[in-house]
Structure formats: structure tokens, C-alpha cells
Write a protein that binds this ligand. Structure first.
Ligand SMILES: [Zn+2]
Ligand SMILES: [Zn+2]
Length: 423
């Protein structure tokens, strides 16, 4: 009796997990390389740089080869899942002589049976399932298996570079895991990841934006179009929605992954390759010096990522310098998931509260939902940073502003009132 027969969904899930792991390994290798290059690249000359890079990639080969093996396994799982959807028994339909001993007299788990050879999966799939996998897929699958076998048996070791891995992963996604967009899936997997277990801040949006940016850089123009609908000949812009969902406190450089929908001069719609949404934009010149951009969304320049009106520059006349008796306060303007933070000094709590109120009533800033004020934090003797005491928050309501001295909007999922209570 066969027991523990996996479902098609379980095969698929296993395949996706392997693909995700391959993705993490490959993209991380590139990010690490870029980080080292940026930190130390200026201190060595061109020749040494080249040598160092070659060495870096040689040393990365075992990890990259591993990632390649994972992609092949992910494909195998996806194919098995499709066959299992017809009947899982097709996967073990070999000569009964090959079946585990006692399969007819005791419970034997499915995993003890030898399943179809990888080389036969497409043949079996196409004999029973519609639509069949085409010849392009068949030759792609044969190539991946051949390369994988070469690594396993260490004959003529192939050199893996990130481009080959990115290309292979994207083709795998397109042919076998295309029911949901890869960026969306990445976001869900990242959000669900191990860091979330500790309630750490949610920067999954940032991670995915940076990863897709890396992937795009390793594809050729035709592949960029095929896998992401991205036109390499067109200007790129920051996506306002992705930016709103990102943690903007710690990142200055933003990947630009949105493009205008057509080439007309007054085109006012952009589409993003990550969230796949289309946005209406305003076409007028950015007011930041040195920026040629003319694509804006709700006061944000999607070229230089500069706010057309900077809350940090707002002056109410109530500010006084620290050396004239001012106390520094941190003022946080919040809009969606992003915020603008500044430190200014005031005579007392009453003045800073009034300053924040006036700024929120300025109609240039109507997109901001709240402004939170706290005393500036300080370093403790153990060098950990302690946040200053909360003074209060102005919340925008339907008909004006509401003051609340007890709460502030929780940035990025962390409940700060709770955090403050435990410090
Ligand atoms: Zn987006
Ligand atoms: Zn600009």
C-alpha cells in the first residue's frame, strides 16, 4: 500500500522554495561583489581590480554551481507536480520489480519508490497533459540537465556567471511558475522570511526592488523585454507606489523600474515592472537644481526622488538655535510608509507642537497624513541608541487635525509605543 503520496501543490511548493533559494544565492553573490567593489575599488589600480574580481568569481563558483543545481531541481519538482495533477501514480509507473519490497503487504511511503527519470518527465507530461510543453522548453530543459550533470560529475566544470543564472531562473519562472508575477512572489516570500519571526522591520519592498534591479542588469535587451516587459531604450523612473511601500529611512539610492507607457511627449502614464501598476503622472519640470526630470507624482520627482516641497525646509519662525536655549526635537512627517524626518530646536513643547500644526495646515503638504514629535534621543553608556520621549502626533482627520499625545503612527510595522515601554 502506497502512503504519503505528495499532492501537486506540494511538488510545486517544493519547487518554488528551491527556486527562491537559488535566487537568493545568485543575487546575494552580485550584491556582495558590488558592495566590496564600491568600498575598496578606489584603493586599488585597474589591473589589481580585474584580478580581484576574477578571484571573487572563482571563489563564488561552488555557491553558484549549487544555485544552478537548485534551479534544475525546481524545474523537476514543477514538472512532477504537473504530472501528479493527472495522477501521482504516473511518477512511479515503472516495472513492479523496481518497487520497494513489501509494497503489497505493508504501508510504504511514496518517497521510497523510485520515480521517473528527469530525462523522461517532459515525454510523460506531454503524453498525458495539455497543453504540451513545446520544443523550446524541451531543449531548455535538456541544456539545464546537461549542465547540472556536468557539475555533479565534475567533468569540464562550467563557469557560472550571474547572467547565466538569472537567465535560467527567469526562463524557468516564465515556463513553469508563471501564474503569479515573480516580484510579487518574492515580496511575499521575503515578508514571510525568517526576519519576520523576530518582528524586525519590514524592508521586504526594499529588498525586492534592489534584487529585481540586479536581475535586470544581468539580462540582455531582448530578455529584459521578455521577462519584465521592460524597454531598455526608454528612460526609467521611480515607482511612487513601490517607494511608498518601502522603508525610506535607511536607503538613499533607489532603483528606477517604472517607464512611461508610450513615446509621446505628453505621455502621462507610467508602468512599474515590480508592482505592474500603471500611474498617472504630472509632466512638469522638477524644481530641484540640477535635475532635468519632468515626471512627478503627488509632489515627488520620480527622477531625483526629491520632494517638490520639502517639509524639512519648513519654517514657522518659532525655531530657536540650540545655543540660545533651544531643545532639539525630532519631527517626523508621515505619508504612507515613507517619512521625512528633521531635527529642529524650540523653546518648549508648546512651540514645537504649534510649528508642526502650522506646517500641516500649509496646503502644499496636504499629502502627509501625520506628524509625530519626540525629544531627540541619545546614546546610552552602552552605546545603544535610546529614542527620546514622545511629545505627541498631529493626525490629519476629515475636517482638520487631531492632537494625540499618547500615540504615533507605527512605522514599518513596529509598534513604537510598545518598544518605548520596554526600554
Ligand atoms: Zn511599483
Ligand atoms: Zn527631480
Amino acid at each position: 500500500m502506497i502512503t504519503e503520496i505528495p499532492t501537486p501543490a506540494e511538488f510545486r511548493e517544493a519547487g518554488l522554495n528551491q527556486l527562491y533559494l537559488a535566487w537568493q544565492i545568485s543575487i546575494q553573490a552580485v550584491l556582495d561583489y558590488e558592495q566590496i567593489e564600491e568600498a575598496y575599488g578606489d584603493y586599488i589600480d585597474e589591473g589589481e581590480k580585474e584580478q580581484a574580481a576574477a578571484q571573487y568569481w572563482t571563489k563564488s563558483q561552488p555557491a553558484l554551481a549549487n544555485a544552478f543545481g537548485l534551479i534544475q531541481q525546481a524545474m523537476e519538482m514543477a514538472l512532477k507536480g504537473r504530472i501528479a495533477a493527472i495522477s501521482p501514480l504516473l511518477l512511479i509507473a515503472r516495472d513492479p520489480k523496481d518497487w520497494p519490497k513489501g509494497a503489497d503487504s505493508r504501508p510504504v511511503p511514496f518517497s521510497e519508490f523510485r520515480t521517473l527519470d528527469a530525462a523522461d518527465l517532459v515525454k510523460v507530461h506531454n503524453s498525458f497533459a495539455a497543453p504540451p510543453l513545446d520544443d523550446n522548453f524541451r531543449s531548455f530543459w535538456d541544456d539545464v540537465r546537461r549542465d547540472r550533470n556536468r557539475i555533479m560529475h565534475s567533468v569540464s566544470v562550467k563557469t557560472f556567471d550571474p547572467s547565466l543564472l538569472v537567465r535560467t531562473m527567469m526562463e524557468t519562472i516564465k515556463s513553469l511558475f508563471d501564474d503569479e508575477s515573480w516580484p510579487n512572489r518574492l515580496k511575499a516570500m521575503e515578508f514571510d522570511g525568517r526576519y519576520a519571526a523576530y518582528g524586525l522591520r519590514d524592508d521586504s519592498q526594499n529588498v525586492v526592488m534592489n534584487q529585481i534591479d540586479v536581475a535586470l542588469r544581468h539580462l540582455d535587451p531582448a530578455e529584459k523585454r521578455r521577462y519584465f516587459g521592460f524597454d531598455p531604450n526608454r528612460r526609467t523612473y521611480l515607482c511612487p507606489k513601490c517607494y511608498d511601500h518601502a522603508d525610506t529611512k535607511w536607503q538613499d539610492e533607489w532603483p528606477r523600474l517604472a517607464q512611461l507607457m508610450d513615446r509621446k511627449k505628453d505621455c502621462s502614464a507610467i508602468r512599474c515592472v515590480i508592482c505592474e501598476d500603471v500611474f498617472q503622472v504630472e509632466r512638469r519640470s522638477c524644481n530641484h537644481a540640477g535635475c532635468q526630470g519632468n515626471v512627478l507624482h503627488n509632489g515627488l520627482c520620480l527622477t531625483c526622488v526629491g520632494w517638490q516641497y520639502d517639509m524639512r525646509g519648513y519654517a514657522s519662525g518659532l525655531e530657536i538655535p540650540e545655543d540660545e536655549g533651544g531643545t532639539p526635537y525630532i519631527i517626523d512627517y508621515i505619508r504612507g510608509n515613507s517619512s521625512q524626518s528633521s531635527t529642529l530646536s524650540f523653546k518648549n513643547n508648546k512651540d514645537v507642537r504649534e510649528h508642526a500644526r502650522r506646517s500641516m495646515l500649509d496646503d502644499r503638504f496636504e499629502d502627509f497624513e501625520a506628524v509625530a514629535i519626540r525629544l531627540e534621543g541619545r546614546m546610552s553608556p552602552s552605546l545603544s541608541y535610546r529614542r527620546g520621549r514622545l511629545i505627541g502626533t498631529w493626525y490629519r482627520t476629515g475636517d482638520g487635525l487631531r492632537w494625540d499625545s499618547k500615540t504615533e503612527p507605527p512605522p514599518f510595522g513596529i509598534d513604537l509605543t510598545r518598544e518605548a515601554a520596554t526600554i
